[in-house]
Ligand binder design. Structure first.
Ligand SMILES: *Cc1c(COP(=O)(O)O)cnc(C)c1O
Length: 465
């Protein structure tokens, strides 16, 4: 298996290079040069008899086959999912009438990003050890991603991780999930500024070629192919282990990574009717799937902050597919989008997309009402991101026979304020989250000043801080 860039002008790479590179040199995203077929065993859920990790290794193996011996890969995958607090890793609950919730929040930080990052952290470590290299992962977070990345690489000798967050602007639980990790390779920095300031600092460090090379900067952001790969597994698991012959999926979406992974599973032969791309008030994807055009506007803060995104990076991988894998055309479309903030696909391509994709926008009131209705009807509590997916699924479902799986992306206790506003009670904290309040925190505080932040990152990268 080789990997090509969606913009067609970057070197063709092997899995290990793609894992460490993230973004391609031409600004595109790496994708496999062909779609492997799911094995009959994977489609029947048979490897799943040995648990989620067995199925995961079977589904992902064609993507990595050149990079590892199979038994080593199996061990790494098994280890990645050993720390989840549910034996099925991603269990499903039926809400009735063919509507299902797939719980993706049983990992160490209680949000779905753990499913990919727990594996990707271990694969990074393997690849770095094999090359005898070290990296410093640097990122900015407005909440969930930082803690999932930290948990994924803590205690790994070849990796230092530095995560910037806006001082006083993330929830206490989110902060404590990062700052109470007692590991010498984990470095948290609160920045006196906003999330955008943090992101600008990270971008400035990455675009300084000399600093980037000297400090061996790296990222594990959601455009990394390995993250998408790891997420394809639970789509297969949903259908295979629960005997759904054909299903549709409703996915609360931000950067389009999660739902794109479903598309990959379908390309590999999973029978899927359609994908419902559920957005909050930041509804640029709803525009895209209903009109074929996108225009960037400002980002509105909502009850589902991990979806407060305007430019969904992973959409580029789908565009590449619908443009018949023509890198030059994909590059042209995205460069135009970047320059003008607008883009439009032609009517034929839109019509083709609409046969398998729907985009739905769910507003704040509908999100809150969905949490309340579900609680009243079943006693179950969902978080606001999941509620967006559930509301979209209910509206999009054409008949009672259509099996539809809603991806539940976060544990409700992570968004206790929004849940309490909807139903009047706070969701119970899992013990691992409650314990955070007792643990000591470790975190630096710096002004929004590039020179100061660079000096600090250099000390962390050298393991001196
Ligand atoms: C990241 C995240 C999302 C959005 O996922 P994408 O892959 O970016 O589309 C949805 N819900 C939660 C809780 C998240 O953390």
């Amino acid at each position: 298996m080789k990997y090509v860039s969606t913009r067609g002008r970057a070197p063709v790479l092997e899995f290990g290079d793609v894992l460490l590179a993230g973004l391609a040199a031409d600004g595109g995203l790496y994708v496999p040069d062909h779609w492997p077929e799911l094995s009959a065993a994977a489609l029947s859920g048979e490897p799943g008899r040995g648990g989620y990790a067995d199925l995961a290794a079977e589904v992902m193996w064609p993507f990595v086959a050149a990079a590892y011996p199979r038994d080593r890969f199996d061990e790494v995958v098994l280890d990645a999912y050993a720390g989840f607090d549910h034996p099925e890793v991603a269990p499903m609950v039926e809400l009735g009438d063919g509507l299902w919730l797939m719980e993706l929040f049983h990992g160490p930080t209680f949000a779905f990003k753990d499913i990919a990052l727990q594996l990707v952290g271990r694969l990074f470590d393997e690849e770095l050890a094999r090359r005898d290299e070290r990296v410093a992962i640097v990122g900015a977070t407005s909440g969930d991603t930082g803690s999932a990345a930290i948990e994924a690489v803590r205690d790994r000798g070849n990796i230092q991780i530095v995560i910037l967050h806006p001082h006083g602007r993330i929830s206490e639980v989110q902060r404590r999930q990062m700052t109470t990790v007692d590991s010498p390779n984990v470095h948290n920095v609160a920045i006196e500024g906003t999330f955008d300031d943090c992101q600008d600092l990270v971008k400035a460090m990455f675009s300084d070629a000399e600093f980037r090379a000297d400090q061996r900067l790296s990222a594990v952001n959601s455009i990394n192919w390995a993250r998408v790969m790891a997420q394809t597994v639970y789509y297969v698991a949903a259908a295979a282990r629960y005997g759904l012959e054909r299903a549709s999926f409703s996915v609360p979406t931000g950067n389009f990574g999660n739902v794109l992974a479903g598309h990959v599973a379908r390309q590999m032969g999973l029978p899927v009717d359609r994908f419902v791309v559920a957005s909050n008030r930041n509804d640029i994807l709803t525009q895209f799937f209903t009109t074929g055009s996108m225009a960037v506007s400002e980002v509105y803060p909502t009850l589902s902050p991990s979806m407060d995104i305007q430019v969904s990076s992973n959409l580029e991988r789908l565009l590449f597919e619908v443009l018949d894998r023509d890198g030059a055309r994909t590059a042209e479309l995205l460069e135009q989008f970047r320059a003008t903030g607008k883009m439009q696909i032609d009517a034929r391509v839109l019509a083709e997309l609409q046969r398998q994709w729907s985009g739905l926008r769910v507003g704040e009131d509908e999100t809150t009402a969905t949490i309340a209705d579900l609680y009243r009807a079943t006693g179950m509590i969902v978080d606001p991101h999941t509620a967006v997916g559930l509301a979209a699924a209910r509206r999009a479902r054409q008949d009672a026979d259509e099996a539809m799986v809603v991806m539940a992306t976060a544990h409700p206790a992570k968004f206790g304020d929004a849940v309490e506003a909807a139903i009047g009670i706070r969701p119970p904290m899992p013990p691992a989250l409650a314990e955070l309040a007792e643990r000591p925190e470790r975190c630096g505080l710096l002004p929004n000043d590039l020179a100061a932040v660079k000096a600090h990152v250099a000390r962390c990268a050298a393991g001196l801080d």
